[in-house]
Design a protein around this ligand. Structure first.
Ligand code: DGY
Length: 333
């Protein structure tokens, strides 16, 4: 007869890179969801029953229903992402459960992709590639695939946190003028170092050639870019979104692209995800969509895995998580 394991039971909602997974498999009694797709809701609720730790992904909703299904022994939720809009943090806090995320390690990788999307959309790279693949390239054409310049253009950054600032650094290399909008203004030193100027949202929308979103998804930022916002933009403006899909009203974006209210959009995130191939947005030649891969470099995903494992293991030991999103759970402990 095998002895029951004394290691804490945890549920890992998807296979994550080995850098973190190994630590979890060694240190816990882990139930690993091996499928490429997320666990269906009823399966998730069933599998979390009785666990002390949960490693969730942005595809798993962590709310009162799930916390009830898990039970009062649940000690920690570690979210394998910097964003945590899939987690009802106040619900966890009410139950004294710390929630961890993976900040910092993905900042530059995400900004790299945001800038790649900006370049690709501006210089019409997907259209050029399609043109060659369709065997339409007959000669060098003076009017072929003309595009706006990136260098010396104006970039409007919405959300001037870690990733927004990295975006500013990249834009500097292209001599762009940088505007930003954030509820918290950067210090004069940071503004000077990043050559960035704080403006009201209306000014940012009206003046920017490129608008890149780097804000969290909150009730305040839900549908931040809606029909009225698109109407304020330049007809050539290109919108880049590597934050969360619902920050854009996608129906309004489709209409703005279709009616040439704006020049283009390049999205890493959509609403809903995944976007299906028959989504109307994909009928627009000036829309570019990739499947939520901004942090998807080998190194970064490995670091995220290490960090998510460190959060989970600390929570299981009753220690403070290295990166808690609700540090208030430690007040008065
Ligand atoms: C995050 O971490 O929030 C990204 O969207 C996925 O890496």
């Amino acid at each position: 007869m095998t002895e029951p394991s004394s290691a804490p039971r945890v549920f890992i909602a998807r296979r994550i890179p080995d850098e973190g997974l190994r630590l979890l498999l060694d240190g816990t009694d882990a139930d690993l969801w091996e499928d490429e797709l997320p666990p269906p809701r009823d399966e998730l609720l069933r599998r979390v029953a009785g666990v002390e730790g949960l490693l969730s992904l942005l595809t798993d909703r962590v709310d009162d229903e799930l916390l009830d299904a898990a039970g009062p022994q649940l000690k920690v939720v570690s979210n394998y992402a910097v964003g945590f809009d899939n987690v009802d943090v106040p619900a966890c806090t009410r139950r004294d459960i710390p929630v961890g995320n993976t900040p910092d390690v993905l900042t530059e990788t995400t900004a790299d992709l945001a800038f790649a999307l900006l370049m690709a959309a501006a210089r019409r790279i997907p259209e050029g590639y399609d043109y060659v693949r369709a065997d339409r390239w007959q000669t060098w054409g003076p009017m072929l695939l003309l595009s706006p310049d990136v260098h010396h253009a104006t970039l409007g950054i919405v959300g001037f946190g870690r990733i927004g600032r990295e975006m500013a650094k990249r834009a500097r290399g292209f001599d762009m003028e940088i505007l930003y909008h954030d509820v918290q203004q950067a210090s004069p030193e940071d503004e000077a170092a990043l050559h960035a100027r704080s403006v009201e949202m209306d000014e940012l929308l009206a003046e920017s050639d490129f608008i890149s979103l780097h804000t969290n998804l909150t009730p305040e930022t839900h549908h931040l870019l809606d029909e009225a916002a698109f109407a304020r933009m330049k007809p050539t403006a290109i919108v880049i979104n590597t934050s969360r899909g619902p920050v854009i009203d996608q129906r309004a974006l489709f209409e703005a692209l279709r009616d040439r209210v704006i020049g283009g959009a390049a999205l890493d995130v959509t609403d809903p995800e995944p976007m299906r191939a028959d989504d109307p947005l994909l009928t627009q030649p000036n829309a570019l969509v990739v499947p939520h891969v901004a942090s998807a470099s080998h190194t970064t995903r490995g670091r995220m895995a290490e960090m998510a494992a460190a959060n989970l293991l600390a929570g299981l030991r009753g220690e403070r998580l290295p990166t808690p999103v609700n540090p208030e759970v430690y007040e008065g402990r």
